[in-house]
Ligand binder design. Structure first.
Ligand code: CP
Length: 296
């Protein structure tokens, strides 16, 4: 694996390889030492889980990590990001981990011939893709269910603006999962083939092994959002959550909007912190595979 830009670039074998390697890291039966490698974290959008778990993964596999802060960088003096990356490559960086609001920028930078020696990992691109989140969600689901085939995932909320939903749909469909999305019409976005869409939460929940709640991405929505109406029709509560459903959320959670606070105290919701924990092992696995492929 040279880069990780989106889930489409991974086949089932590669996804299973990442899963197995992450599991070995979690069990402590695999160690990695990439002391001669250099990884730069470039987050142009806010992050807690992705940034911190990449940093934790970097420490655990003994790579040298660098935090690029756009606000104090020469981007503020007008430098093009393309030139910035060239210079980081010249300085000796081996991997760029990038989060950016532009859906296709990371893909475009990655395709530029200058950076042949540097690997890119997409840590979230606009509304388009968040491949390591989908991989950690897959890891979390597979550890629990073992076989995903025929299981139903209901994604609830702002599917249209969610890179997490888009990457998860791409990945989980490969493993034969049934995907349902429940959202008001204005948050459904472009419909994806093979996915069932519902405006009624009750109907969507008639079949649900896993429920994945999403935050409403206010920062990407121009029009006024009627939160009262949303809460009334789509908030996940103790009353509407299907019994025994596995409850997931990529975070950050906006309490009492997409999920009521008391649901977060249920056994079903323990998965949410497991997702964050599993992100470390999955990111260790991805980095380990990319650095090993570079001979580092
Ligand atoms: N799930 C996720 O991407 O969370 P952060 O935005 O906190 O990284």
């Amino acid at each position: 694996m040279k880069h990780l830009i989106n889930i489409n670039s991974l086949d089932i074998d590669e996804i299973n390889q990442i899963y197995n390697r992450a599991l070995e890291f979690e069990k402590g039966i695999r160690k990695a030492n990439h002391i001669n490698s250099h990884v730069v974290n470039m987050f142009f959008e806010n992050s807690t889980r992705t940034k911190m778990s990449f940093e934790m993964a970097e420490n655990k596999i003994h790579t040298n990590k660098y935090d690029f802060t756009a606000d104090t960088s020469s981007i503020q003096k007008g430098e093009d990001l393309y030139d910035t990356i060239n210079n980081l490559s010249a300085i000796g960086m081996n991997v760029v981990i990038m989060r950016h609001s532009d859906n296709k920028l990371i893909e475009k930078l990655c395709a530029k011939s200058y950076f042949q020696e540097i690997s890119f990992i997409n840590a979230g691109s606009g509304t388009d893709a968040h491949p390591t989140q989908a991989l950690l969600d897959f890891y979390t689901i597979k550890k629990h269910f073992l076989n995903l085939y025929g299981k139903t995932l209901v994604i609830v909320g702002d599917v249209g603006h969610s890179r997490v939903a888009h990457s998860n749909i791409n990945l989980l469909k490969k493993f034969g999962m049934k995907i349902r999305c429940a959202a008001p019409e204005n948050l459904i976005g472009e419909k994806i083939e093979g996915v069932e869409y519902f405006t009624s939460l009750r109907e969507a929940f008639e079949q649900a092994d896993i429920v994945m709640a999403l935050r409403i991405q206010r920062e990407r929505i121009q029009e006024k959002i009627d939160f009262e109406e949303y809460i009334k029709n789509y908030q996940i509560t103790k009353d509407n959550l299907p019994y025994a459903a596995f409850l997931m959320h990529p975070g950050p959670v906006n309490r009492d909007i997409e999920i009521s606070s008391d649901v977060l105290e249920l056994q079903n919701a323990r998965t949410i912190l497991n997702q964050a924990k599993n992100g470390v092992y999955v990111r260790m696995a991805v980095l380990d595979m990319i650095l090993t492929a570079q001979g580092l």
